[in-house]
Write a protein that binds this ligand. Structure first.
Ligand code: GDP
Length: 438
């Protein structure tokens, strides 16, 4: 089970860095909250009453000028919203509520994530500092008075965070059932494959509420796991009308992909990859879904010992952006290798939900940049500061650097390959976001 992630956001000078150090229980090299000072540590493992979590200071790199400030803070908040289970917004009792605080608070509110409002620099113990009341105006609920310098209030803050972590059982349940979409052009064998699979299992079908065309999902459990095959509108009850509609629309594929954890991209073994296949596969790729390339109608192909290798090379060439997707050759008609799908589905679903610790990522980054130097342009070299994972399904990484323009696609590709070399990440696309220091 992944550790919950807590993100700290807030204006420069409010004491984020010091609070971060207090919470992680370590002293950082630089604790002054001077705008523009690059802090060297932005993530840390924490433990509060036996509950482990990761703490990220999204404000690790701050802009030098006021004009960039608001944009910077929005970016920081976006990152926190995308990544965190709980967000701690830090404010400063000495300066009171600023317009930037209000702006960020509004963004955080809209995200519906649990947000804890910490009012820092409440250094004296005793009755509530009257200056704290104005922070109610942010609409984030009861402010928690803290002093990052002395540490008081931090226990309340941690209690609040832990109380708002997702329940462990909820997290597990979510991961249990794998939603699978079978996608592909008309007549590639989608219905046949679905019927072949469902024919072997004890299936529970259920109507999907809220869809215009009455989609029917099929749920079953077998020795490999729990699966929900998403019906791409009437696949189980196939009619000529459905076929005709399908010819004019990728809509049903799009709707199915949206709801899927894993896409089975069907290709006709005899025809090979067509333009329409490329488009449909592209939808799964763009949506960031884990995929398996399923070459169907394998029974129709005259085979010798090289056929599979040749077909594989052909598909890799034609679907070059899907290099991460495993290929399986099967026949919906005869059932050959259909039973092998489950282990593959489990594997790619797991890979797309993988979480890699920031420590691990940065040691790989260090290795990779030592082996192949980052690019330079006109004497300026790309400097990569650190990397952190902000999301799963698909794994999403943010890399902070000195100059995004120097971060050429080829070097991104190189880093992606290094990550895949170490962690596999088979079957899943990954997202890299490059962020430039202000
Ligand atoms: P869909 O439009 O993608 O749902 O495709 P269908 O499942 O309706 O299949 C289209 C045609 O291909 C039908 O005539 C199927 O019998 C045939 N077909 C599907 N899978 C296979 C296969 O593995 N081998 C062979 N030989 N025919 C297949």
């Amino acid at each position: 089970m992944p550790k919950p992630l807590v993100a700290i956001v807030g204006r420069p000078n409010v004491g984020k860095s010091m609070l971060f150090n207090k919470l992680t229980g370590r002293r950082a090299a630089i604790v002054e909250d001077t705008p523009g000072v690059t802090r060297d540590r932005i993530y840390g493992d924490c433990d509060w009453n036996g509950r482990e979590f990761e703490l990220v200071d999204t404000g690790g790199i701050e802009p030098n000028t006021d004009s960039e400030m608001l944009q910077f803070m929005r970016r920081q908040a976006e990152l926190a919203i995308a990544a965190a289970d709980v967000i701690v917004m830090v404010t400063d009792v000495k300066t009171g509520v600023t317009a930037a605080d209000q702006d960020v608070a509004n963004m955080l509110l809209r995200s519906r994530k649990p947000v804890c409002l910490a009012v820092n620099k409440c250094d004296s113990v005793g009755p509530t500092n009257p200056d704290v009341y104005e922070f109610y105006a942010l609409g984030l609920g009861d402010p928690i008075e803290v002093s990052a310098v002395h540490g008081h209030g931090t226990g309340d803050l941690l209690d609040w965070c832990v109380a708002h972590f997702p329940a462990p059982s909820e997290q597990e349940d979510e991961g249990e059932v794998i939603n699978v979409a079978i996608i592909g052009k008309p007549n590639v064998g989608k219905s046949s494959l679905l019927n072949r699979i469902l024919g072997q299992e004890r299936v529970i079908v259920s109507n999907v509420a809220g869809t215009t065309r009455d989609a029917i999902d099929s749920y079953f459990e077998n020795e490999f796991g729990k699966y929900r095959f998403i019906d791409t509108a009437g696949m189980r009850r196939k009619s000529k009308v459905d076929d005709a509609i399908e010819k004019y629309s990728n809509l049903r594929s799009i709707a199915a992909i949206e709801r899927a954890d894993v896409c089975l991209i069907l290709i006709d073994a005899v025809e090979g990859v067509t333009e329409q296949d490329t488009k449909i596969a592209g939808l799964a790729h763009e949506a960031g879904k884990a995929s398996i390339i399923v070459v169907n109608k394998w029974d129709l192909v005259d085979k010798d010992t090289n056929t599979m290798a040749e077909k594989t090379a052909e598909i890799r060439r034609d679907l070059s952006y899907l290099t991460y997707a495993p290929i399986i050759f099967l026949s919906a008609l005869t059932g050959q290798r259909v039973g092998k799908l489950y282990e593959r589905i489990n594997a790619v679903a797991n890979q797309s939900a993988m979480r890699i610790t920031t420590g691990m990522l940065n040691s790989i980054l260090e290795d990779a940049t030592a082996r192949v130097q980052p690019p330079t342009d006109k004497g300026r070299r790309l400097k990569i500061y650190y990397m952190t994972q902000v999301g799963v399904k698909p794994p999403h990484f943010v890399i902070f650097c000195n100059d995004a323009r120097l971060f050429h696609f080829s070097y991104q590709r190189y880093l992606e390959n290094q990550l895949r070399g170490v962690f596999g990440l088979e079957g899943t696309p990954i997202r890299l976001t490059i962020r430039q220091k202000g």
